[in-house]
Design a protein around this ligand. Structure first.
Ligand code: CP3
Length: 341
């Protein structure tokens, strides 16, 4: 796998073209996902290694992307810590026992990798199916983003309760974040031991934070996690929404790759980062709703802009939306594979 496009680009080595994968590449925009989802619940799919492998393989077989990403969710770690997690149709994730005070935080367990053994099992099944063809990316949620689901009890627009805890009860917040960080290090090392070829840390909602709060409550924990990984030959990708602002700080945590949102010119931000840090991104996912002519124009424009740079992985600035036409996603992958430097 060390010679694959993804791993070489992640380590800022030259490649014949940029590798392509897409966040949320295994999901509801695919009919074949629904064929499985209509028979099982989302958590059943995550927890049954054969099913998780079936879904992981959908974009490998149907899109021909250059990397697979483990089918799972960032919320399996807080569930293992004691969160009572469910996913209702069209309401997203819910925790029935939100974490709002010190007693709630004290009740969370931190030796939980044994409860996540199903993820290690899924990784082994997936690697058998991939059979060395392309790398497998493992992942986990970053402490701030995971904390927000535990505190809010689900998704949130404004993160009001989470930010209130950061501001009024910072010690309590740090206690919670430390516990999540510890679990995340163990969990990602378990994924590495089980055979993933790269890992991505998802700090999806970091863009809700001010610079100082990001530094104190998010960046410090992400840096701890990255420093705690057994990462020989395993590149670490750091993703957050808000990376167009936070990337220089994210670089201080020393990931191999920073995944960039679509608000910024990718070359400009790469030039502001230390040598040897690759970038991933950064097409606005909404481009994939548009006409094919525009899809091609925008992707090739990005590639032309990045053509003199090593260390570029094509991705979207965030995940594929469920109603993006499959045909457009397939078209994007095809034209990317036609591109050569
Ligand atoms: O990228 C992939 O294809 C791999 C699988 C993957 C899922 N979730 C599957 C999923 C990954 C990498 C995630 C990460 C995840 N989960 C994030 C970070 C990524 C990001 O988009 O920023 C977050 C914030 C979550 C939490 C989560 N899981 C939410 C908010 C929801 C509901 C809303 C939504 O987008 O569906 C989920 C459910 C979820 N996770 C689904 C899938 C395929 C949908 C389940 C269904 O079919 O109903």
């Amino acid at each position: 796998m060390r010679e694959s496009l993804l791993i070489k680009a992640a380590f800022s080595e030259p490649t014949s073209r940029p590798p392509v994968w897409m966040m949320r590449q295994a999901g509801r925009f695919m009919k074949e996902y629904w064929d499985i989802k209509n028979k099982y619940s989302f958590l059943e799919m995550c927890k049954t290694p054969e099913l998780a492998a079936d879904v992981t393989m959908l974009p490998v077989d149907l899109l021909g992307i250059d990397a697979a990403i483990l089918f799972s969710d960032i919320l399996v770690t807080p569930e293992a810590m004691g969160g009572d997690l469910s996913f209702g149709a069209n309401i997203g994730p819910k925790f029935a026992n939100p974490v709002r005070n010190l007693a709630d935080i004290d009740a969370l367990e931190t030796d939980v990798t044994h409860k996540l053994q199903y993820v290690a099992d899924a990784i082994k099944v997936i690697q058998q199916r991939l059979n060395g063809k392309i790398p497998l990316i493992g992942f986990a949620g970053a402490p701030f983003t995971v904390m927000s689901y535990l505190v809010e009890g689900g998704s949130s627009k404004d993160f009001k309760l989470t930010k209130l805890m950061l501001h009024n009860e910072p010690e309590m917040a740090h206690k919670l974040l430390s516990k999540i960080a510890k679990v995340t290090i163990d969990y990602l090392n378990m994924q590495i031991a089980a055979g993933v070829n790269a890992v991505q840390l998802f700090d999806s909602w970091a863009n809700a934070l001010s610079w100082d709060d990001y530094k104190e409550f998010s960046h410090n924990y992400n840096a701890q996690i990255i420093a705690g990984l057994n990462r020989k030959d395993i590149p670490v990708i750091s993703f957050c929404k808000g990376s167009s602002v936070f990337a220089p700080l994210m670089a201080e945590a020393k990931p191999d790759v920073i995944s960039i949102d679509w608000n910024v010119d990718l070359l400009d931000i790469k030039k502001r980062l230390p040598q040897g840090i690759a970038v991933q991104g950064n097409l606005d996912p909404h481009i994939l709703y548009a006409d094919k002519k525009l899809i091609k124009e925008r992707i090739y424009k990005l590639f032309d802009r990045m053509k003199d740079e090593n260390g570029f992985i094509f991705n979207l600035g965030h995940g594929i939306m469920p109603d993006i036409p499959f045909d457009n996603v397939k078209y994007a992958v095809d034209i990317i594979k036609d591109y050569s430097y």
